[in-house]
Design a binder for this molecule. Structure first.
Ligand code: SF4
Length: 486
């Protein structure tokens, strides 16, 4: 993983078009992704179909998120008061650097040199593990998929299943090769059966849990009314991190706040069904400040902005902040399924990454991402909080084009082509002439009924697609000949 830049961690990949081309040439990756996303997709459809009020739940989720974002400042201040009243300490971080500094200082103050971590997108976003490592503190991932990524010195490629691009045989190899370097080695003769792999991870992690004095987590939700923080997960490793250590540090994106405790009723139904295709997630951990004699003695909540306030200013783009990180949009996206998560370059892949990353980092820094979509709308249909991702994509595409136009003195070939197209489309006579020319030219270039690679400046456009031969006669010409006189 590369370092942070523009407040976000960037993976060491080139811009999306080039990275996607490389991914498409990897049949193993495509096979792994097809199998995994297909399985999750089917499970999600089965469990969401069971609820007769699923659509009403989605609408409730959408309405709650919209209201929260409209009054975000008030709910965040309320959250701060509630957490403080319950014995916790709240810290505000404007960007990645500040958040990393706060967490590093908090860990240092405990005198410890290692922390256990609950899976968290926010800490990946700011590159916390790398920042801690620079300060001589080792962060141990405890989520199974994150553990696989960490041991393999790999990068996450999915929000929920960061190692989705790995198959069982690859995981076994990583465990055998790397576990010993980090702690308890994998058992000899380890097979690639899921049960054996899970057992190896369990034994390896147990050592960490029993030793850990400090834990770092993210948060799925933070309740303004009560100061309660909630983390949902499938494996129970998060529960161990949240209860065993003496000090708990939670890094939470400011958009994760919900107004009241009863709002969780909606989101705790939407999230597991949309993410893992389960009726309920196996572990839901909630804590409110600190409780004498139970759990961590110290609790710190770091509220992370890192581009969120700027995103909030855009009334179309702010929808992306409603995301509950379920990953349903990734699993239905035909582009994600073929390219995988690394091609998106940031820790937020898939459709939500294509709208969130350019907003958090600025469109100039992720200009190709809003174009990494077919605009088929499958993500919108799947999203449990009804984020209109295609609408935001189109909105951001316009911003990218505008930003490019502003930054160049000479117009691009694309801009000139669009200008010419506008002139042709504005005049019926010019359009008819252009259609005639295209029909003649098309027939001259066609081979077996298709037009392949075009010459000159049109080559870039035709590199990845064949075109049908234009008909000899346009529809307008046909209409004039056959219908207008009747
Ligand atoms: S955008 Fe919607 S579907 Fe995608 S991860 Fe976020 S909540 Fe889930």
């Amino acid at each position: 993983m590369s370092g942070t830049g523009d407040g976000l961690v960037w993976l060491d990949t080139p811009a999306f078009p080039q990275a996607a081309r490389t991914a498409l040439a990897d049949p193993q990756l495509r096979g792994n992704l097809r199998r995994a996303t297909g399985t999750i997709r089917d499970k999600r459809l089965a469990v969401t179909g069971e609820l007769s009020d699923w659509e009403q739940l989605r609408e409730a989720g959408e309405a709650l998120k919209r209201r929260t974002l409209r009054h975000l400042d008030q709910y965040l201040e309320e959250l701060e008061r509630s957490v403080t009243a319950a014995g916790g300490t709240v810290h505000w971080a404007a960007d990645a650097e500040e958040a990393n500094r706060i967490v590093t200082e908090l860990v240092r103050a405990t005198g410890e040199r290692e922390v256990v971590k609950v899976k968290s997108m926010a800490t990946q976003e700011i590159g916390l593990n790398e920042a801690l490592a620079e300060a001589g503190i080792t962060a141990y991932e405890t989520d199974l998929a994150e553990l696989i990524v960490q041991l393999g010195e790999d990068r996450p490629s999915h929000i929920l299943v960061p190692a989705i691009h790995r198959n069982r045989a690859e995981i076994r190899e990583i465990f055998l090769r790397e576990m010993g370097r980090w702690g308890r080695p994998a058992p000899e003769g380890l097979s690639d059966e899921p049960r054996a792999l899970a057992e190896a991870a369990r034994l390896h992690l147990r050592e960490r849990f029993l030793r850990a004095r400090v834990a770092v987590s993210g948060a799925n939700f933070g309740v303004a009314e009560t100061g309660t923080i909630a983390v949902v997960e499938s494996e129970g490793n998060g529960r161990m991190c949240l209860t065993l250590p003496q000090t708990l540090i939670t890094v939470m994106g400011i958009e994760k706040v919900v107004p009241s405790f009863t709002d969780l009723e909606v989101f705790l139904q939407l999230l597991p069904r949309s993410s893992t295709g389960e009726r309920m997630n196996p572990y839901t951990s909630m804590w409110t400040g600190v409780t004498p004699g139970d759990g961590p003695r110290e609790f710190h909540l770091v509220l992370l902005d890192n581009g969120r306030t700027a995103t909030l200013r855009d009334t179309v783009g702010r929808q992306a902040l409603a995301c509950i990180r379920c990953s349903a949009c990734l699993n239905v996206c035909p582009v994600y399924e073929r390219t995988g998560g690394h091609a998106y370059g940031s820790v937020y892949p898939g459709p939500i990454g294509a709208v969130l990353t350019p907003q958090l980092a600025g469109v100039d820094h992720a200009a190709s991402l809003p174009f990494a979509s077919t605009l088929c709308g499958a993500c919108y249909d799947a999203c449990p909080v009804k984020i209109n991702i295609p609408e935001v994509l189109v909105h951001l595409r316009a911003e990218v084009v505008e930003a490019k136009r502003r930054s160049r003195h000479a117009p691009t070939a694309e801009a000139l082509a669009m200008k010419a197209a506008a002139a042709v489309l504005a005049s019926p006579a010019r359009l008819a002439a252009a259609q005639k020319a295209a029909a003649l030219g098309g027939r001259a270039l066609a081979r077996e009924g298709r037009i392949g690679r075009l010459p000159g400046p049109l080559r870039g456009w035709s590199d990845a697609r064949d075109s049908p031969v234009p008909p000899a006669e346009s529809f307008r010409a046909w209409w004039r000949k056959n219908r207008e006189q009747s």
